[in-house]
Write a protein that binds this ligand. Sequence first.
Ligand code: NAP
Length: 222
Amino acid sequence: MRPFVFINSAMSADGKISTILRKQVRISGQNDLRRVDTLRAHSDAVMVGIGTILADNPKLTVKSEALTTMRTQQGKPSDPLRVVVDSNARTPLNASVLGARALIAVSQKAPQQTVQTLSKKAEVFVAGEDVVDLVALLSNLKQRGVESLMVEGGARLNFALLDLGLVDEIYTYVGNIVIGGNNAPTLVDGAGFIANFLMLDLRGLSRMDDGFLVRWRVKGRT
Ligand code: NAP
């Protein structure tokens, strides 16, 4: 058992989600940023990989006051549970994501001392020997009442989840810029598929800001 899982990402016209410097770049406009905030506000949890924490240091909170008020009026905490997938407990102790309702998922390989220090700043969940066991993590999230999980990257976590068949939908905002670069991250990196590609079903396509938004349902491997 697992929550409903969707990936949300912004990419350039050439499929890059960042530059070769792997730092956050502005790809979308105001309307898309509001859309992302709304998706977050309607999710029970949001998740990123440690690569995204180290690159962008996101807080992953809901930005709009109206949306946080909506959540509290519904009896929910003002922000969704914020989950970091971090096998080696590399989350910096001053990372913006740390604090109440932050969950750092680590593997058994993570140094014990680091895990102990980290657990003073966030809840730590251990799953998997060398890398975080994503199936166990999602099952745990479901058990604690997470029905909808928004994955906000990055490229390697996206692949791992798609490869394991753990994603239901993908929203991609495609911006009107070209980034290029052999080593710039794309929407999905990791080992990649060489056959039996993952098939998608087009569910929505709309113009937004100076680019477009596409919504896919994941059908599975061929
Ligand atoms: P990432 O996907 O955020 O994190 C990948 C890391 O997660 C892995 O290296 C691995 O590190 C850890 N991990 C733990 N368990 C894992 C598992 N079971 N499977 C896979 N990974 C696991 O990092 P990234 O691929 O480097 O992407 C970061 C880049 O994406 C940055 O440049 C960021 O700016 C960009 N980004 C863009 C957007 C956008 O919408 N445009 C959104 C998010 C991020 P350990 O082995 O140490 O655990």
